[in-house]
Design a protein around this ligand. Structure first.
Ligand SMILES: Nc1ncnc2c1ncn2[C@@H]1O[C@H](COP(=O)(O)OP(=O)(O)OP(=O)(O)O)[C@@H](O)[C@H]1O
Length: 283
């Protein structure tokens, strides 16, 4: 049963996003939409730009060009701070503090006080099944339990959108499965989850997929649509199919000005106006 209204604006709308670092393009021509209340897998090989895209959605990565909207607001808008949870790749909790101490610290940092704060702490401990370990220093927890503490911190503000950067990396299959069942439950309650991974088998647990390669989006589609459009039996095969067909096209020499193959996008793109370059905005 859904716990919240998911009929509002898309959870994420990205249009014409480019991110440059010096002369190096980290993201190019990224456009897609994500409806609310689904699990979206962001998949692609290491270094393809997943973290950069997640940081753009959270609003901490300046765009060189383009628009990123989250829940109907520009990414990073002050009103979104409690509505968007971000679980980074690097551990962001204090290992010498217990689970409860960490959660009390981060809930205070979110401005929670008194019984509201205590209720939030008890709620998230329950949500990620950590009651048994609540009084243990985080340093003495297993990898999977540690990941769940980071997830609990991100859930303190009851986010509508939860952005997670490779939350299951390095975990054994059983623990990964447990974490994915927590993600599933959160999505059933109406939370939108954007989860990055470079393990293609995690794609099977997602409702929708964003496939990336070399700083570009190569597909944005529902899982079933992706398989249907590519005629493949698995997301891994579909990824290879899209990469190979792009490579075949690119094998023909073409002028640098010619556009690269269009990504497979099965939904209408957001109409957020003409993408603009940051340099234009400063004029
Ligand atoms: N601060 C930076 N300055 C310059 N280049 C960077 C910086 N951060 C990342 N990059 C480069 O940008 C590209 C995309 O990096 P990003 O971390 O977004 O990829 P990723 O897909 O998340 O990788 P992984 O799966 O290994 O975490 C990589 O080529 C990386 O080397």
């Amino acid at each position: 049963m859904r716990g919240r209204d998911v009929s509002g604006p898309p959870a994420i709308s990205v249009y014409g996003l480019h991110v440059m670092r010096g002369k190096h393009a980290l993201l190019q021509e990224i456009s897609f939409t994500v409806p609310q209340g689904v699990i979206v897998g962001l998949l692609g090989p290491s270094g393809c730009g997943k973290t950069t895209l997640l940081r753009s959605v959270v609003g901490i990565q300046p765009a060189t060009c383009g628009h990123v909207q989250v829940l109907g607001h520009p990414a990073g808008a002050p009103g979104l701070s409690r509505r968007v949870g971000y679980v980074t790749q690097a551990p962001s909790v204090y290992p010498d503090l217990t689970v409860l101490e960490n959660l009390r610290y981060f809930s205070a940092a979110l401005g929670m006080r008194g019984w509201r704060r205590e209720n939030a702490v008890v709620r998230v401990v329950k949500e990620v099944d950590l009651a048994e370990y609540a009084d243990k220093p985080v340093a003495r927890l297993s990898g999977g339990q540690y990941s769940r503490v980071s997830l609990a911190v991100a859930l303190l503000g009851t986010p509508d959108l939860l952005v997670m950067d490779e939350p299951t990396v390095g975990l054994d299959p059983l623990v990964r499965r447990e974490l994915w069942s927590v993600f599933k439950r959160l999505a059933e309650e109406g939370t939108t989850l954007l989860v990055s991974s470079h393990v293609m088998d995690e794609a099977d647990r997602c409702d929708r997929l964003l496939l990336m390669r070399g700083g570009r989006l190569i597909a944005s589609a529902g899982r079933e649509d992706l398989l249907l459009h590519t005629g493949c039996d698995s997301v891994e095969e579909a990824f290879m199919h899209l990469v190979t067909s792009a490579a075949t096209t690119e094998a023909v020499p073409r002028p640098a000005s010619e556009s690269v193959p269009a990504p497979l996008i099965t939904d209408p793109l957001p109409d957020l106006g003409r993408p603009y370059f940051a340099s234009e905005a400063r004029r």
